[in-house]
Design a protein around this ligand. Sequence first.
Ligand SMILES: [Zn+2]
Length: 291
Amino acid sequence: MIIKTLMARRGFASLGALVLAGMLAFGALSATHRFAPPAYEVYAIRYGTLPAFRVSGLIAGADTSRRLDIAMMVWLIKGPDGRNVLVDAGFHRDSLVKRWRPTDFMPPSEAVARAGVKPEDITDVIISHVHWDHLDGIDLFPKARVWIQREEFEHHLDSAGTVKNRAIDATDARILAAIAREGRVMLVDGDGREIIPGIHVYTGGKHTFASQFATASIGSGTVVLASDNMYLYENLARHVPIAQTLDSASNLRTQTRMTTLASEQRLIVPGHDPDVFVRFPTPENGIARIR
Ligand SMILES: [Zn+2]
């Protein structure tokens, strides 16, 4: 009787241990599932070229005679779960096209479609900063949530779309304010935020008041999409700030920080360097898979 009770108790105890072990295993499994970021595919997508751009406008102190055909790009972060995130929206408005005369131009939405994603399937657009060549195309992606730093938004426009600082184009300000009224603008509060699983944004580049850049997990590592916080590979290679910055020291610190966030330095993608498509030549000219 006593033995039977002991056995029963032991049996109960081991059953309890089994259940506990099971719960722990399940917990570990779901924790892994919860915390492993999705492995994204990252692409630089070219939608045009600004020919013979003055390099001294990109690299502080560069020889004023240097010219470069710069790439106009957006960046696609393609998730395994139907999430399609763009970093920046490019430009498309007629007045801007006439004024800047890009060559090999197509609307950014068309360039993104060439990479296999329809404009209405873009779920999110991260705006690095409010300049026309990064924000103007925002109305091409009608369903996307638009992520921008709160300070960047509030410094440049008010909720009615009135320009507060002329770094933003007046038409672009009206469009962004209208999207905000639709409830699609997500204001980000500062540095080092994981706004989407596996996608972080960081500030400090100071290309504009609160410009940001993004990182994305690609499974084998981390890509940094610098946008104009680092115009060209040359900025990083020669440790030179961008020519257009509100704070050169902060810009240089931020470029150095990018090297700690990227799993390899070659995975830092600059904002306007045509060499991106030489270093990453596949799948085709104008669409570069970064890996
Ligand atoms: Zn730019």
